[in-house]
Write a new protein. Sequence first.
Length: 245
Amino acid sequence: MAADLGVLFCVALLLFSGLGHSVFVGKSHSGGKDDPILQYVANNSLREHPVLTKLKLTTLEHPWRRMMVASEEAQFMANLIRLINATKAIEIGMYTGYNALSMALAMPDNGRVVACEIEQSYFDIAKPFFKEAGVEHKIDVRLQEAVKTLDELLQSGEAGTYDFVFIDADKINYDTYYEKSLELIRTKGIIAIDNVLWSGKVLNPAEDDVSSKALDALNKKLHKDERIDLSMLTVADGLTIAIKR
Ligand SMILES: C[S@@+](CC[C@H](N)C(=O)[O-])C[C@H]1O[C@@H](n2cnc3c(N)ncnc32)[C@H](O)[C@@H]1O
Ligand SMILES: *[C@@H]1O[C@H](CO)[C@@H](O)[C@H](O)[C@H]1NC(C)=O
Ligand SMILES: *[C@@H]1O[C@H](CO)[C@@H](O)[C@H](O)[C@H]1NC(C)=O
């Protein structure tokens, strides 16, 4: 986690210098936020709910804004949720709630998102937006270690009942999150895994770079994993879609 925060802090510093543009299009493994192609994608495909836009603008004032999910990536996941009629989802690493809110908005009124987060202050930012969007009742925030929450869901007999999981917390625990998510989702359920390209650092991880090494190892494991079908998308910082067989 300390290493993750170090990396994120450096990236956040880089980002400070370039703020002030009209449309924030999110992070990318290539080109960066000023890439005209990303601007084009944002201009011609985003259908952002007004409360999501407000939440994004508020989060852009936060020191760790770099952690926020990319809007086009969140919209893609919301579309998958609609496509498979998902009513039970898990978010592992909620931050200020952009993707949790996006998933909740894509679900019917009986839909539920279990959102895992350890930092109370991030939930404090998210909460009023969940309320304003009218979906507070759909988002069940669990403020504790994500592994503990996943274990509790398994212990309460919910294995095989979830439709969608988004993994986006501490990278060194991704493999654990993946294994527990695979137990929690149903056949044809989807596990979406963020940052699988980790700004390109998975290509040649430094000896002491535990996050890059963990992501690279997980990518290679999933490629051979016969329990799933998969696609590794180059959207944002890399998004793997794993579909349980
Ligand atoms: C990249 S951010 C998530 C971004 C979020 N998905 C969004 O839609 O903007 C990662 C989050 O995971 C949280 N986190 C890190 N380690 C965690 C853990 N062990 N359990 C639960 N949450 C954790 C961090 O506090 C941080 O808010
Ligand atoms: C995207 O929209 C903004 C604001 O309307 C505009 O300034 C910019 O030129 C557009 N860029 C592209 C590539 O469409
Ligand atoms: C989703 O629900 C609609 C009706 O509500 C149904 O027609 C459709 O077949 C369902 N799709 C899937 C993939 O279950």
